[in-house]
Write a protein that binds this ligand. Structure first.
Ligand code: C5P
Length: 219
């Protein structure tokens, strides 16, 4: 069986960056499961399917013509051949993603597709339910978190770097609200797997976190 390392956590916990670096250092494949939900949200919008039309969304999830092409240190996301890697990072597309993600039949339809990423020599899987649902048997599960204030600060810096205006108190409020929604939703609520190692990165750099995970993986 192909080894899988899962990294779950709340919004702006840094798990995307950490997962990418860990996968790179281990020379393992990478699954960015959030990207899959984002692509589906975008695809639904383009197909004119309403975000509460569960049967139609489930059908789209099954047929989703998406390909993740791994290059050196980067992953191209192709929707029916079109590179949409930048587009799906949009705040708006993230909103679409979080709406389709609350539908259980949609999640079920994406399950096998996610599990198919587990190919030799190994997989680093980044998301919300990697350790609790999709790769329940993974030998190493990480739950990465940080205080809402610290996550808001990171988000603030990212936005500033991109030249956007940002308001720190509003971002903190926003992150708290998202946490509540993610942890309280009835479908795939965000929580650490029982056997997950919880890493609080509030006072850790990305490199610290990566090193800590590589240490655990080497055990
Ligand atoms: O991590 P990212 O921001 O790309 O995820 C986009 C949306 O997809 C999130 O709002 C989250 O609710 C949803 N998601 C999910 N399960 C995953 C990954 C993402 O429900 N495994």
């Amino acid at each position: 069986r192909v080894p899988v390392l899962t990294i779950d956590g709340p919004v702006s916990s840094g798990k995307g960056t950490v997962a990418r670096r860990v996968a790179c250092r281990m020379a393992w494949h990478l699954l960015d499961s959030g990207a899959l939900y984002r692509v589906l949200g975008l695809y639904a919008e383009r197909q004119g399917v309403a975000l509460d039309d569960e049967p139609a969304l489930t059908r789209l999830a099954r047929e989703l013509p998406v390909v993740f092409r791994e290059g050196d240190g980067d992953i191209q996301v192709l929707l029916a051949g079109e590179d949409i890697g930048q587009l799906i990072r949009d705040e708006r597309v993230g909103e679409l993603a979080s709406q389709v993600a609350v539908l259980q039949p949609v999640r079920d339809a994406l399950l096998a597709r996610q599990q198919a990423f587990a190919e030799a020599p190994g997989l680093v899987a980044d998301g919300r339910d990697m350790g609790t649902v999709v790769f329940r048997q993974a030998p190493l599960k990480i739950f990465l978190t940080a205080s809402p204030e610290e996550r808001a600060r990171r988000r603030y810096n990212q936005l500033k770097e991109k030249g956007f205006n940002a308001n720190l108190p509003a971002l903190i409020e926003d992150i708290r609200a998202r946490d509540d929604r993610d942890m309280q939703r009835s479908v795939a609520p965000l929580r650490p797997a029982d056997d997950a190692i919880v890493i609080d990165s509030t006072h850790l750099s990305v490199e610290d976190v990566v090193d800590r995970i590589l240490e655990e993986a080497a055990r």
